[in-house]
Design a protein around this ligand. Structure first.
Ligand code: NAP
Length: 433
């Protein structure tokens, strides 16, 4: 039996475990230990997916099935680089798979980015999703206008949550502290700012199509920007289906009849932030107007300013470094998932922060195929337990199921899918009870 350590209990980690389970035969068997820094598993399915999109979270049922399969063990509340080293794992396991994601928000690199209330989506999203590390970040919604930088699905999630009537979140599993803040929010206008044209936006059509359905929020896109983008891509020749669908969804938003409501969400294209002004706190953002010339996006000499008290940057993520690995272009340096010796990488840490949850499945299948082709004699070694200090409080699958049940029961009383516990210590106590 081969011993496999998977570091990171998010979608990429679970799909890796599943690929090993599916590859088992009578002669080829695997003991899988999944190691997770947080006291809770599921990664972005718990702390990334927008609370008003509960269907996306149902993949957690698949994760639980994988976790209940023989040969799988969960070691949550165990941190790589602190509680166990990569070197130790490498020595004891036949293969170590890093599925540690890309938790670090990229920086704009413009003056004023350090001002209070300029927040990365890498903090804002886990804040509203009850991630214990972000429960106490400072978020001030006492402003009428918020700017979200980036034209991807994370920007859209953030903007939507800021723009909708918070009563729509009452029956979701949003963090209680965030729901309280959203209810007190004075924000009535949210502007998503993409630096390139509508044809370059990274939104996906299903997410765009949901926008006109918002009950209490009008969504605006300048029809002219969509017409010009459509013209530009037609000039280029054949247009891919996804892009056609995106532009069509944006056209429908632009033409959608507006409601008598006070909440607004706007998507602006070809605007790049160059400076954020304020004393200590964000007050206004200066943008350059860009244009598309010969297929290239270039800055004009025109600028404009928007007064806004909150900026959220949703411009992508980078992987974090662990002793013994290198980062290249924001990813763990690898060749087709191979890092070095018996260390591998999968998911966002491997390919960068692109793709939906399901993308991790094919990615992990490929990495597992590669690992299996490289396996030699199974190691005879002690597993992870002997590496942990005595008294270390591991959250195993049984403890996690207790936490899960407790959150779901609290949720049922409140008519929600769950009420998430945000405090690390209380999570561990729930796992013990
Ligand atoms: P993304 O899709 O890569 O979008 C990032 C956006 O940030 C792009 O519009 C990019 O513009 C912009 N950007 C990057 N650097 C910038 C800068 N310096 N200044 C201004 N804008 C900048 O990333 P994401 O939104 O973080 O999403 C990550 C992945 O998760 C995506 O694959 C996404 O589809 C997925 N996701 C899916 C869902 C869902 O299915 N519901 C929800 C959330 C996330 P350029 O193109 O010009 O670089």
């Amino acid at each position: 039996m081969y011993k496999i350590a998977i570091v990171g209990a998010g979608p990429a980690g679970y799909f890796t475990a599943q690929a090993f389970q599916n590859a088992q035969t009578e002669d080829l068997t695997f003991a899988i230990d999944m190691i997770e820094r947080l006291p809770t598993p599921w990664g972005l399915v718990r702390s990334g997916v927008a609370p008003d999109h509960p269907k996306i979270r149902t993949v957690s049922k698949v994760f639980e099935k994988i976790a209940k399969t023989e040969g799988f063990r969960l070691f949550a509340n165990v941190e790589l680089g602190k509680d166990v080293s990569l070197k130790d794992l490498r020595e004891r396991y036949d293969a170590v798979v890093l599925a540690t994601g890309s938790p670090k928000g990229r920086k704009l690199g413009i003056p004023g980015e350090e001002l209070t209330n300029c927040i990365s989506a890498a903090e804002f999203v886990p804040w509203y999703n009850a991630h214990p590390d972000y429960a106490n970040i400072e978020v001030d919604l006492d402003t009428d206008t918020a700017i979200v930088i980036g034209a991807g699905n994370v920007a859209m999630d953030v903007a939507r949550l800021l723009a909708i009537d918070p009563t729509e979140l009452d029956l979701t599993d949003i963090a209680e502290h965030a729901l309280v803040k959203f209810k007190q929010s004075k924000i009535r206008k949210v502007i998503i700012c993409g630096r390139r044209g509508a044809e370059h936006a990274a939104f996906t059509a299903p997410e765009l199509r949901d926008l006109p359905k918002l009950k209490d929020t009008n969504v605006f896109i300048d029809k002219e920007q969509i017409s010009q983008a459509t013209y530009r891509i037609k000039e280029r020749g054949e247009v891919e289906k996804d892009l056609r669908n995106n532009l069509e969804a944006m056209r429908l938003i632009a033409e959608h009849e507006k409601k008598e409501v006070e909440r607004n969400l706007e998507i602006k294209f070809l605007v790049a932030p160059i400076q954020i002004n304020g004393g200590t706190k964000v007050k206004e953002i200066v943008f350059t107007i860009n244009e598309v010339k010969d297929g290239k996006v270039i800055a004009t000499d025109k600028t404009f300013t928007i007064k806004a008290g909150l900026v959220v940057t949703a411009i992508g993520y980078d992987a974090v470094k662990y002793p013994g690995i290198n980062i290249e272009n924001g990813r763990i340096a690898n060749i087709a998932g191979h890092v070095e010796h018996n260390v591998y990488v999968t998911g966002w840490a491997k390919r960068g922060p692109i793709g939906i949850i399901g993308t991790n499945k094919s990615d992990s299948n490929d990495v597992v195929e590669l690992i299996i082709s490289n396996l030699t004699e199974p190691k005879v070694s002690e597993g992870i337990s002997s590496l942990l200090k005595s008294g270390h409080e591991v959250i195993d699958q049984i403890s996690w199921e207790k936490i899960n049940a407790s959150e779901v029961i609290s949720g049922a009383i409140a008519g929600k899918p769950r009420v998430k516990e945000v405090d690390w210590r209380r999570l561990i106590n729930l796992g013990r009870s």
